[in-house]
Design a protein around this ligand. Sequence first.
Ligand SMILES: *[C@@H]1O[C@H](CO)[C@@H](O)[C@H](O)[C@H]1NC(C)=O
Ligand SMILES: *[C@@H]1O[C@H](CO)[C@@H](O)[C@H](O)[C@H]1NC(C)=O
Ligand SMILES: *[C@@H]1O[C@H](CO)[C@@H](O)[C@H](O)[C@H]1NC(C)=O
Ligand SMILES: *[C@@H]1O[C@H](CO)[C@@H](O)[C@H](O)[C@H]1NC(C)=O
Ligand SMILES: *[C@@H]1O[C@H](CO)[C@@H](O)[C@H](O)[C@H]1NC(C)=O
Ligand SMILES: *[C@@H]1O[C@H](CO)[C@@H](O)[C@H](O)[C@H]1NC(C)=O
Ligand SMILES: *[C@@H]1O[C@H](CO)[C@@H](O)[C@H](O)[C@H]1NC(C)=O
Ligand SMILES: *[C@@H]1O[C@H](CO)[C@@H](O)[C@H](O)[C@H]1NC(C)=O
Length: 503
Amino acid sequence: MKAIKIHGSSSSSFRFLSKLIFIIITITFITYIFRSFSSTNVADFTIESSPNNNLTQNIIRPSSIPTNVTEIICKKKTKKKTTQLDHLVFAIASSSKVWTRRQNYIKLWWKPDKMKGYVWLDEHIKNQTSDHSLLPTLKISSNTSEFKDQYNNDESAVRIARVVSETFRLGYNDDDDVRWFVMGDDDTFLVTDNLIRVLRKYDHNQFYYIGGSSETHLQNIIFGYNTAFGGGGFAISYPLAKALAEMQDICMKRYNNLFTSDHRIQACMAEIGVPLTREVGFHQVDVLGNVYGILAAHPVAPLVSLHHLDLVQPIFPNVTQLGSLKILKLAMELDSAGLAQQSICYDTTRNWTISVSWGYTVQIQRGIISARMMEMPVRTFFNWYKSNEQNEFSFNTRSFVKNSCQTPFVHMFSHGRYNSSTNQTFTKYEKFPNEKTRCKWRMANPDRITEAHVTKKRDPHLWDNKAPRRNCCRVLPSEQQHILVVDVGGCRPGEIVERNALA
Ligand SMILES: *[C@@H]1O[C@H](CO)[C@@H](O)[C@H](O)[C@H]1NC(C)=O
Ligand SMILES: *[C@@H]1O[C@H](CO)[C@@H](O)[C@H](O)[C@H]1NC(C)=O
Ligand SMILES: *[C@@H]1O[C@H](CO)[C@@H](O)[C@H](O)[C@H]1NC(C)=O
Ligand SMILES: *[C@@H]1O[C@H](CO)[C@@H](O)[C@H](O)[C@H]1NC(C)=O
Ligand SMILES: *[C@@H]1O[C@H](CO)[C@@H](O)[C@H](O)[C@H]1NC(C)=O
Ligand SMILES: *[C@@H]1O[C@H](CO)[C@@H](O)[C@H](O)[C@H]1NC(C)=O
Ligand SMILES: *[C@@H]1O[C@H](CO)[C@@H](O)[C@H](O)[C@H]1NC(C)=O
Ligand SMILES: *[C@@H]1O[C@H](CO)[C@@H](O)[C@H](O)[C@H]1NC(C)=O
């Protein structure tokens, strides 16, 4: 009140008032400093959290600081709880023509009681299936005719590109505690536990666009190494989805000449200025043929997705693709963090190289092959343009071994269970019939082995704030001649895959 008078008052009362204010400020300041020393956390916290940059308030506040530090810290912690499945909203792009068939892929990984999400179709489905409760909510995309231009008659690219912003506009706001919007196709198989593990590494309050590139180099050149290939799935943090929803419709009209929906999304991301954060566990699967080579030598990263399941051979022999994924799901449910994680070791008594891709395959090869070779996928597949040359892929690959003695003996995952008495998983891999190859090496023949048994401790925290490292494996003595027994787990101090171990 007195401050108002200052302007018009005499100089003496002004000096008196200045002194008074100075004294008050000094005392408050000293009190404040003292308090900062005696209870540093409390003072720091209050100043930091003060949303109002009001000097008077800040100086007065120390006296009103709550002294219960535990309470403050607890409040902060509950807000920062780690990302869970219910922080995600899934947006799946499909079309009414294929939905009846493709929904079977979604059913494999969708958990209706734990996940929220939508499948976006172009039109209503006449023949609704009865078990809708097992699937995400169906939605019909809004009319995209305004995006049409003379060069581009394909509305589906626009429709699918808009799936994220249409989902956002369903009314998600901060109160819903949504952190990530995840986009996928109807022929995408997602390992959602691993998706969560990947997303936990990133701050959902910032602008993140996370996904994977294509396996085919030329696809990346055409559609961009900065593009998340949507079939492999990608995640957009909440604030970025908001920014995208605000500008996407106008933005996309500028890019009507772009061919795919993924490319159009990237064009808008480029306008916002957000690059792709690449995670190698998202698999677009822009390859043809057999993806065995990729899954047998997966990068040291959690396996998040597989796409184009109708276009590649079933990932397990003698079953349909759907049947294959059901087998893979058994391993996924046993130990998702370890799914398809490779480990390499040697059978020192028989001079064999062993490569385990946990929950998928075990390979036995004659001779000692270095880790750098074994971690490179064998080209059992073609690129998107049916070429099989190594310079056609966006990652290192190797050709089949030339020497018939080194043909791999392949065992495929068939069963798995958890053994509570040893606290380990037990997985069994059965031999895939080999073509008979002639080999003159005077060395034990891996053809005798008909099963591989793998024990492994589960490690759900394998990817939590840890530098990536390949697991180690050890060949254990076996009581039965036809069974190879291997233990897989974290490497012990000093343990490496030593090529000269036998020399
Ligand atoms: C600063 O805080 C004082 C006391 O709470 C208040 O009277 C004043 O209006 C505030 N000024 C501003 C700019 O917020
Ligand atoms: C401080 O807050 C915590 C959590 O609310 C409570 O358990 C504790 O009793 C409080 N301590 C004091 C001294 O008030
Ligand atoms: C719905 O579709 C399924 C599979 O496409 C078919 O077997 C079934 O007969 C259809 N039902 C009706 C009522 O059309
Ligand atoms: C979309 O809108 C256009 C023009 O507004 C209309 O001609 C067309 O029939 C609409 N399409 C659908 C599927 O409703
Ligand atoms: C669990 O492991 C123990 C010790 O290796 C073995 O004796 C037992 O048969 C196993 N149980 C199952 C269910 O695999
Ligand atoms: C696949 O089926 C063929 C013929 O039915 C059989 O010979 C072979 O053993 C089967 N392979 C596996 C891995 O089950
Ligand atoms: C394993 O290989 C080494 C050299 O590579 C050779 O000296 C040794 O005899 C081989 N052992 C067996 C059991 O084949
Ligand atoms: C089993 O192993 C996990 C780590 O893989 C560990 O967290 C857990 O405590 C163990 N449980 C028992 C009963 O030993």
